[in-house]
Design a protein around this ligand. Sequence first.
Ligand code: NAD
Length: 313
Amino acid sequence: MKQQKILITGAFGQLGTALTQALITKYGSDAIVATDLNIRDEFTCATIKLDATNIEALDEIVRQQKITQIYHLAAILSAKGEELPLQTWDLNNSTFFNVLEVARLNDIKKVFFPSSIAVFGPDARSEKVATDFALHPTTVYGISKVAGEHWARYYNLKYNLDVRCLRYPGLISYQSLPGGGTTDYAVDIFHKAINGQDFESYLKEDTQLPMLYMDDAIEATLQLMEAPKEAIKTVGYNIQGLSFSPVELLTAIQKYIPDFTATYKPDHRQAIAESWPISLDDKPAREEWGWKPKFDLDKMTQEMLKQLELKKN
Ligand code: NAD
């Protein structure tokens, strides 16, 4: 079998920091090329500065490095996207389009596209929302992810390009800070708790949203990408890990830090949160490629507090 060589765009963001390391561990440093607008000396693999809006630059790296797979993570996220709607549409679509075209022209076999629960709209604000529920997003970010899923399907049908998409919920990790999403509070709260600071939530205390601990997100991504092609029958897979509200997360943290408190001052992100599902039905992911989360709220809370404490010292 041909040796895999994987290029990651947006490799130094919240997901990329953890996923790139997991791919290095799995495939070895020589098999990975981490790219981003700004790069740091953080990984043992090759790191290359790349603006993914530049198709010529992307094409050159793919040819030079003999890339066989692309994980396309570069994007503007939901909350920031509402401040910069046209820029978000442009960036999210043009970069994915560049990845698809470069993949097609260079005979790349497999592409990963991170979709999001933002593909759903207010009519899906309920529990156990099915993978094939209607997609009526009301954020520009969500619209760009729906378009991305459609383009993935198109390149698959037309050019036999194997593009796989996961609809991540809010991702919770200790490795790096999140980059402008609506679920960022669920990472920020842990940093405040560890540093003995007060926490002010920009969501109402009872606003439940789907979330996923990063280890589970990485596991799901690797499982999806390694599944045999015949097993993949769905373009955008729902994956459900946890669903909780700010006050439920606060209570989970207070079990270990009893004097930690929070106040609630909802801002513009409240409307975005209320346009998304409370929880997801992820039956296709479970049945087609064996998805099963490992982290519940308490296990995730313990792990986040432990890892952030270690980082602090
Ligand atoms: P992030 O904002 O932390 O990281 C995005 C990275 O993309 C950054 O490092 C940024 O420098 C890079 N980038 C931006 N513009 C670029 C460009 N023109 N060229 C190259 N790189 C560029 O985001 P993240 O949380 O790591 O998200 C990664 C992917 O996962 C995104 O597509 C996002 O939509 C998706 N996702 C994330 C979450 C979450 O909770 N973090 C949830 C659902 C989906």
